[in-house]
Write a protein of this length. Sequence first.
Length: 451
Amino acid sequence: MVLKLWFINPGGFSLKHFSVFNGLHYLLAIPALMVLFFLFSPAPSQAQSSKMNEPVSITAANEPVATVLDRLSRNTGLTFSYNPDQLNTSHRITLNMVRKPLSEVLEAIFNPLNLNFRLNGNQLVIFGAGPAESRPSVQESAKPLISVAVPQVITRHDTVFLTSTTYLTDTITRTDTVLKFDTVFILKRSADERIGKGQIFSDLSSLEKELTRELRFHAGFTVNWMNGISRFTAGSEYREKLNDYKEAYSNKNISGSLALELMASYNRTSAGTGISYASFGERLSYSIQISTGGYFRKDTLDAYYTLAGADTSWFYVMDSTYIPLDLKQYDYRSSVRRNYIEIPLFAQYNFPVGQGLLYFRGGLIAGISSKVSGLYIYTDNDGAGDIKELEMRPIVFSWQLESGIQMPVYPRISVKAGIMYRRQMQSVYKDFPIETRIDAFGLSCGILYKI
């Protein structure tokens, strides 16, 4: 029996006649060459090594493996393949990895579960650690043959995992390849769950997961915009001057503060302190008239007489007007500002709402007077003078209430915004008959960083 085959030689294509049995060893050589080609072909190890060294940050507090893998897929762009009989995705783990290599993160996840992994492009295959004899790429050294027998082609109808290929030449090379196929589940995201630009390299989680029985620390800064106004009180003997104070001062100037905070949290409660610089502004608009000297001008409006017997009596109707000699108008207008360096002490309660927290805060503030400017109204005379003439109280205590919401924007960074109200507990002046306390209502916003 003769079969015509096309055979490629260095000179081009040629048609030759081969006996099936004589050319069978050439046909058997082809699978062996293909196996050797795939075994020794270069792999993109450099790219995979670079992928495994990429820094990754991920945090999990007693979360299922499925949730952690989903978050890791969004951060790195990997898809995961695994056998559900080997990987229990409901198993809970706890991690806190900050800018660690991807390989170290994967080892921290799978090593405790007695699992191995292999990166193939952007797909990470997860498999169980089996016995040594089931591992791939087992090779035996070449052995010479004394006699060459005609190989037999055996057709097997069972699924086998061991492929034996024999290449017959002067030297025989035998290569055994063990292939094991597992049913895998590939983690894919639907079109409606595509990762947006805002989610790339992010690891956002609900702030409720941080409300644990572990001591945590946050640092940040806060800006407050306030509408401040002075409250005045005085004794009955200064009632007239007290009315002048209430009418002359207004809250037309903006007040505010800038604070640095350090806060410790445990479960749903927090406590903190810090340092801030506060400035309270007002407007003074005060006008008086002062006159000195003067005289009375007398005018005759009418004159008449009466007859009483033989005498005539004259009567005059007079008008008297006071003419001042010196009348002056005084207007005092000034921007009044009082500045303090403050040290707050506060307590806070956090209530989870969605991914964020609703917080309620209250505390005390010790304000150290640093600078004052503007005018004040005299209490024992007419007019106004420089506020620096008064003795300021060196430390003024205040209380403050605040409520707002805190939301995460990055794995360790969150922002907060709320409303606040504060009132001074003491007069800003020392030994002054008109007591002055500052009230302020405004908005508060800030940024917190988890240490």
